[in-house]
Design a protein around this ligand. Structure first.
Ligand SMILES: C[S@@+](CC[C@H](N)C(=O)[O-])C[C@H]1O[C@@H](n2cnc3c(N)ncnc32)[C@H](O)[C@@H]1O
Length: 200
């Protein structure tokens, strides 16, 4: 699986324009949705379970995941408080609802902080072939989210490694990969990194 994941990352990383051409938080994200689409499909083809998205904003990636989930007869579980933190608020939530309306029968919306006990229960009681961790970008929140997804079998993607918290998220990514024994792929030309998780 690591070869397939690396091949997708490298093929799209080669097409990422230089980070200096963009605002720091945008570097490495120009082809991110193309990578995520291929990665999520690879996960659904190889593992049982649904798709989990932590942090959804207006649902641009959620719509991609929902299209794939429909194709493979799975569901998309989303966790986002839309509480005004990090570009998510009530109007953004309403836009999310509009953007994902055609898939509402296969999307489970959990409007809550992903660090809350309730969200941890949502994650631990689900089975996820693919997890997209893109909520609050503090090291504490990111580490909590990665920890909550530990035990799932499949592919997990963690966003904002290239710029967030002066490199702290990248450190979190590697630290937890070592702790959990995950195979991992992170290409510095991209904003996000990937884990291949074999369960506990
Ligand atoms: C960068 S956006 C997500 C973008 C989306 N995944 C995409 O790729 O199109 C960040 C989202 O994280 C959400 N968020 C903020 N704090 C959060 C938390 N504690 N738990 C989960 N999501 C959170 C915000 O409401 C916002 O919608």
């Amino acid at each position: 699986m690591i070869e397939e994941v690396s091949a997708i990352v490298t093929r799209w990383a080669e097409q990422e324009p230089p980070h200096e051409d963009y605002a720091p938080h945008q570097g490495g994200s120009i082809h991110q949705r193309s990578r995520l689409r291929e990665m999520a499909e690879l996960a659904l083809q190889n593992y049982d379970g649904d798709i989990l998205e932590i942090g959804c904003h207006i649902g641009l990636t959620t719509s991609i995941f929902a299209e794939l989930a429909k194709k493979y007869d799975r569901r998309v579980v989303v966790i986002d408080p839309w509480n005004g933190l990090q570009e998510g608020d009530e109007s953004v939530y309403q836009e999310f609802k509009r953007a994902t309306k055609q898939y509402e029968d296969i999307i489970d919306v959990n409007r809550m902080l992903s660090q809350s006990p309730e969200a941890k229960t949502v994650i631990s009681s689900g089975k996820f072939a693919f997890c997209w961790i893109d909520g609050l970008h503090t090291p504490f929140a990111c580490m909590t989210d990665i920890r909550s997804c530990n035990g799932q079998i499949g592919i997990q993607a963690v966003d904002d490694l290239s710029w967030s918290s002066e490199g702290a998220l990248k450190e979190c990514f590697y630290q937890l990969a070592n702790q959990y024994g995950y195979e991992h792929v992170y290409d510095e030309r991209c904003r996000e990194g990937y884990y291949i998780c074999k369960g506990k």
